[in-house]
Design a protein around this ligand. Structure first.
Ligand SMILES: [Zn+2]
Length: 77
């Protein structure tokens, strides 16, 4: 998912609601890749080269499009 578009969409839907003032930390997550030649596993994007042998790797575990990792509710002051 495109980072800037995701952030813009969040800001659009959250504006004027109780979550509009939330502090949101956006963290990019990479796919888990495996090299077709040497079987090295590494985090990366589609077609990233193997860090061990520079050959092509395949995605073996896709990163989630978007996920909530954690949230904290602060009491009103
Ligand atoms: Zn390799």
């Amino acid at each position: 998912m495109h980072r800037e578009a995701t952030i813009a969409a969040w800001e659009h839907i959250a504006a004027g609601t109780t979550i509009g003032d939330a502090n949101v930390e956006w963290i990019g997550v990479r796919h888990q890749m495996r090299c077709l030649t040497c079987a090295a596993e590494f985090p990366g994007e589609h077609a990233d080269p193997s860090p061990r042998c520079s050959n092509v790797g395949l995605v073996v575990e896709s990163a989630p499009q978007i996920a909530v990792e954690d949230w904290v509710l602060e009491e009103p002051t």
